[in-house]
Design a protein around this ligand. Structure first.
Ligand SMILES: Cc1cc2nc3c(=O)[nH]c(=O)nc-3n(C[C@H](O)[C@H](O)[C@H](O)COP(=O)(O)OP(=O)(O)OC[C@H]3O[C@@H](n4cnc5c(N)ncnc54)[C@H](O)[C@@H]3O)c2cc1C
Length: 309
């Protein structure tokens, strides 16, 4: 048994599932990314706590991944532990208009269950292909709504394994940002408050927004959604289109001909292709309109999150 296999056995001793050298292109919606040294799937909070302790005792970095729908993973992989929160971490509970959802629950599943009960407020999120944890971390939003409008409280595990409860005012939610982007806390669950409404009306709204997405977004190809943040006073997609970049490609990474705000993987794109295309877009848009586009996507390198330079 080599050192990596021995470490995998130690990680398994917590009861979690462990895979080694797992391709991150299988964990991200962009379908790029080299091998993660370890992918650990704890099925409850106790296993998660032990996993974190093992990481710390052995000097291993860890990174929590939701559905990987806002992640650009490096071709060189990740030299640490990717933690995936499934099983117990996917539960959703309702009490009147209050939802308590675990961080690994799918956002669209929460929105659809809420719609069945006639609860309004999460319609905007029905087409966002992430987990509750990823949505809170990113303060995900669409069509005039954002997580900030509905989230009331978040429970996290810190790096010592201690549990903390944060109320809305402590979350520092801003445009695609939250306190979690500057901490190493793991989001365990959230409490959302919605409005009582008419199930038919809530479902009609979801249908309308879904049709808009299908008409405007390249949902048939792998992507990470909008690759850039919305610059103040502008739309990234419009600036990219004005720079004549629709359909422009670097390797198999292409500016979607359908929606210039998306970079799609048109085949076997690598992370290097995507980063090359991001740089090209930034340069052309800055020359044309003077606006510097900032990536929204989180860039995961072998050593952890980094900015795309
Ligand atoms: C087709 C498509 C459409 C999209 N449309 C939208 C849209 O309309 N609006 C929008 O805002 N986004 C959109 N996105 C982007 C993405 O879906 C959101 O950012 C989503 O919230 C990410 O959730 P995730 O579970 O995939 O997180 P991931 O991409 O896996 O992770 C994102 C970040 O959150 C962190 N994270 C995840 N879970 C936890 C946790 N439990 N604890 C601590 N940190 C955690 C990760 O470490 C990472 O830094 C779209 C993406 C795609 C592919």
């Amino acid at each position: 048994m080599n050192g990596q296999e021995k470490m995998a056995e130690v990680l398994r001793s917590a009861g979690s599932q462990v895979q080694i050298n797992y391709p991150m292109k299988r964990l991200t919606t962009m379908r790029v990314g080299g091998p993660a040294a370890y992918v650990v799937t704890p099925s409850n909070a106790e296993q998660l706590k032990t996993t974190i302790q093992i990481c710390q005792e052995n000097g291993l970095k860890f990174f929590v991944m939701g559905k990987g729908s806002n992640i650009l993973a490096s071709d060189e992989g990740f030299q640490g532990v990717i933690i995936k929160l499934e099983s117990d971490f996917q539960k959703i509970r309702f009490q009147n208009n209050i939802i308590e959802a675990e961080s690994g629950a799918s956002l669209s599943a929460i929105a659809k269950k809420a719609a069945d009960r006639g609860l309004s407020g999460l319609e905007f999120a029905s087409g966002i292909p992430g987990t509750l944890g990823g949505a809170v971390y990113m303060n995900a939003g669409a069509y005039g709504g954002e997580m900030k409008d509905v989230i009331q409280e978040v429970t996290v595990m810190d790096t010592t394994g201690a549990i903390r409860h944060l109320d809305k005012t402590e979350l520092e939610l801003g445009y695609r940002s939250s306190i979690f982007q500057s901490k190493s806390w793991i989001i365990l669950r959230g409490i959302l408050q919605l409005e009582e409404g008419d199930p038919e009306e809530v479902k009609r709204k979801i249908k309308e927004l879904t049709e808009k997405r299908v008409a405007k977004q390249p949902l048939d190809l792998p992507s990470a959604g909008s690759i850039f943040k919305r610059p103040e006073g502008h739309y990234a997609a419009a600036l990219i289109e004005e720079a004549g970049l629709k359909g422009h490609a670097v390797g198999d990474a292409m500016v979607s001909p359908k929606h210039a705000g998306f970079i799609v993987n048109a085949g076997e794109a690598t992370c290097e292709d995507v980063v090359g295309l991001i740089h090209h877009i930034q340069k052309c848009v800055e020359e044309k309109s003077g606006v510097r586009l900032v990536p929204e996507v989180r860039y995961l390198t072998p050593r952890g999150l980094d900015v795309i330079r």
